[in-house]
Design a protein around this ligand. Structure first.
Ligand SMILES: Cc1cc2nc3c(=O)[nH]c(=O)nc-3n(C[C@H](O)[C@H](O)[C@H](O)COP(=O)(O)OP(=O)(O)OC[C@H]3O[C@@H](n4cnc5c(N)ncnc54)[C@H](O)[C@@H]3O)c2cc1C
Length: 214
């Protein structure tokens, strides 16, 4: 077993398990506030024995399998966040241009228009980070840090864009008349699944300090 400064390196193995395999049960999990249509399941294993042919990848090589999968899903989360932020942004811009208060469109108030400017800038920054991660994936370049940066930036950007959009819609943003409250609610999970924002920051800072032995 390889030694690391924190003790023996843990090794895991991935398996493909058939749904009806003895010792494996899938039961319904709790519903989440974000994406309530998404069905969460709890996977339970009890004395579940599998033949060697069900190993996914190499024995003890589970981290490599999971990392390949997580690169793709984290990049997908980042891309989803960018797309959903753009949809929200377009709605915020259209609403700000037509909603009149104090005799003028609210877009004419700098308090609103500067929020729109910040949203545009943040969305583009997330978009470019996501494209850079995708390009590194395609070209086979190291991408641990870049994909973590894209995921944390895009998911946190989405939270700000949803919140700002809701603010621009005022009270209507919280009502059923518009989908804004659903967008806002659904955005929350993006900072949690596929590795929380803290875990992405852990990956980024580890990649920065590891070459320095710190
Ligand atoms: C709706 C929904 C669907 C999901 N679907 C899937 C799925 O399909 N497949 C799947 O595998 N998982 C899925 N998950 C699980 C999700 O990936 C985990 O919830 C997420 O990775 C966080 O793990 P945890 O909930 O165990 O939190 P914990 O790991 O217990 O973390 C709790 C808090 O501690 C912080 N923390 C933990 N460790 C550290 C550290 N080292 N440094 C700093 N902070 C730390 C976290 O950032 C977080 O704030 C889903 C979750 C939700 C809500």
């Amino acid at each position: 077993m390889d030694e690391t400064p924190k003790g023996p390196k843990k090794r895991i193995t991935c398996f493909l398990v058939d749904r009806r395999h003895p010792g494996f049960t899938v039961r319904d999990g709790s519903r989440s506030v974000s994406h309530p249509g998404y069905k969460n399941c709890v996977l339970e294993f009890s004395d579940c024995r599998l033949p060697a042919g069900q190993v996914l990848g190499e024995v003890d090589g589970g981290f490599a399998v999971m990392n390949d999968w997580l690169y793709a899903t984290r990049l997908t989360v980042a891309a989803f966040c960018v797309g959903r932020a753009r949809r929200c942004f377009e709605m915020a811009v259209a609403y700000a241009a037509q909603r009149k208060q104090f005799g003028q469109p609210i877009a004419g108030f700098q308090g609103v228009s500067f929020q729109v400017a910040d949203m545009a800038t943040e969305i583009d920054a997330s978009d470019l980070l996501t494209l850079m991660g995708a390009w590194r994936l395609d070209t086979g370049l190291p991408l641990n840090r870049e994909i973590a940066s894209a995921k944390v930036h895009a998911s946190e950007m989405l939270a700000r864009v949803k919140d700002t959009t809701l603010q621009i819609f005022g009270g209507k943003g919280l009502m059923d008349d518009f989908p804004i409250k659903r967008f806002w609610r659904d955005a929350r999970v993006e900072r949690i699944w596929d590795g929380t924002s803290e875990i992405q920051r852990h990956i980024i800072s580890r990649e920065i300090f590891r070459p320095l032995g710190a």
